[in-house]
Design a protein around this ligand. Structure first.
Ligand SMILES: Nc1ncnc2c1ncn2[C@@H]1O[C@H](COP(=O)(O)OP(=O)(O)OP(=O)(O)O)[C@@H](O)[C@H]1O
Length: 228
């Protein structure tokens, strides 16, 4: 479970990115976070990853109070999170297999586990045949599937996606959404920040809308609801 209690974030330049956010996300939910550019969506994601600290308020993820986590506990905490970004963020000088393996090497998984798990993840995203290729040899959609495989390698309970379809054409975006939806159906909590109106409208999931750092709407089976 994820809980933000009275969370505010003021950046160093005194910009108020989030103001008194209260949000609870249950295990297994699928939540879209929508809102105009600059509304604070990425800031929420960075707070959940403990990449930035809140100025005020409390954040709990899977029973851990993030503001009280010690520096050395952060890697352990992050094992529970898989993260996918708009720009894929693959290592260009490593193969597809090595990119997925890298996530497991960080948590010091054994080479035996890695050899077993990476092919399973590549099969899940339909890329077994590309294991020995390099990112630049893959299409954008394929690269995003690698990023998803990497995000899931350590079996996280939460998948966080920041604009995962932002660089993809509509058909490819839907292929990615099908994979993310299946991951959610298998029990993983999904939080996805997006500007993709069509996807939000068709998926009929919970929608949390943010404007100027404030939650202005929180709907089950919601819609995108912006003209941008
Ligand atoms: N490191 C930072 N220092 C100062 N201001 C920042 C910083 N990061 C973000 N901001 C500001 O905080 C506000 C919220 O930014 P955030 O990136 O969370 O928005 P967003 O909703 O994700 O936008 P987009 O849809 O364009 O990605 C913006 O006004 C942004 O300029």
């Amino acid at each position: 479970m994820i809980e933000l209690k009275n969370v505010s974030k003021v950046y160093r330049n005194n910009h108020i990115a989030l103001s008194n956010i209260n949000l609870t996300i249950k295990k297994g939910e699928f939540v879209f976070v929508v809102g105009p550019s600059g509304a604070g969506k990425s800031t929420i994601i960075k707070l959940l990853m403990k990449e930035v600290e809140p100025t005020n308020g409390e954040i709990y993820v899977n029973g851990m109070k993030l503001t009280e986590l010690k520096r050395k506990e952060v890697p352990y905490f992050r094992r529970n999170l898989g993260v996918v970004f708009q720009d894929f963020r693959l290592l260009q000088d490593r193969t597809i297999f090595e990119n997925v393996a890298f996530a497991m090497e960080i948590i010091e998984a054994s080479s035996r586990e890695i050899k077993k798990r990476v092919p399973q993840m590549l099969t899940l995203v339909g890329l077994s045949s590309k294991a020995n290729q390099y990112p630049h040899q893959l299409s954008g959609g394929e690269q995003q599937r690698v990023a998803i495989a990497r995000a899931l390698a350590n079996n996280p309970s939460i998948l966080i996606c920041d604009e995962p379809t932002g660089n993809l054409d509509p058909d490819t975006s839907w292929e990615i959404m099908k994979i993310i939806d299946d991951i959610n159906k298998s029990g993983t909590t999904v939080i996805m920040a997006t500007h993709a109106r069509d996807i939000v409208d068709k998926m009929k999931k919970r929608v949390v809308a943010i404007e100027k750092g404030v939650i202005v709407r929180d709907q089950q089976r919601g819609v995108y609801g912006y003209e941008d």
